[in-house]
Write a protein that binds this ligand. Structure first.
Ligand code: FES
Length: 107
C-alpha cells in the first residue's frame, strides 16, 4: 500500500492510498485533491500539477525529467529546489508516506 499526503497552503492535509505506477498527479485527480489541475493530462505541457516535495522525500522522488524544469519555470507559483511536476513522479512502494505541498497560487 502506498499512502500519499497532500498538504494545502492552509495546512490542511489529505492522505490517500495510491496504486503503484500511478503518478502523484493521477492519484490527486482520482481523489479530488484541490489544487492539482493537470490541464495537459500528464504530458508535461502545463505545469498546473506543480507541487513542492516535503523535506527528505525530495531525494526519494529522484531528479527532474528532461524538460521538467522549463515547464516549472512557467508555473504560476515560484519554482523552489523541491519543485516537481506531480505528473512526473511515479509512485512505488518506496514512496509510501510521501508528502507534497500544493502551491498557494494553485489552491
Ligand atoms: S499535468 Fe500538465 S505538466 Fe503535469
Amino acid at each position: 500500500m502506498i499512502n500519499v499526503t497532500y498538504i494545502q497552503p492552509d495546512g490542511s492535509e489529505t492522505t490517500v492510498t495510491a496504486q503503484p505506477g500511478d503518478s502523484v498527479m493521477q492519484t490527486a485527480l482520482n481523489n479530488n485533491i484541490d489544487g492539482i489541475i493537470a490541464e495537459c493530462g500528464g504530458s508535461m505541457a502545463c505545469a498546473t500539477c506543480h507541487v513542492y516535495v516535503e523535506g527528505e522525500w525530495a531525494d526519494q522522488t529522484g531528479a527532474r525529467m528532461d524538460g521538467e524544469e522549463d515547464m516549472l519555470d512557467c508555473a504560476m507559483s515560484e519554482m523552489k529546489d523541491t519543485s516537481r511536476l506531480s505528473c512526473q513522479i511515479k509512485l512505488t512502494e518506496a514512496l509510501d508516506g510521501l508528502r507534497v505541498h500544493i502551491p498557494e497560487e494553485q489552491a
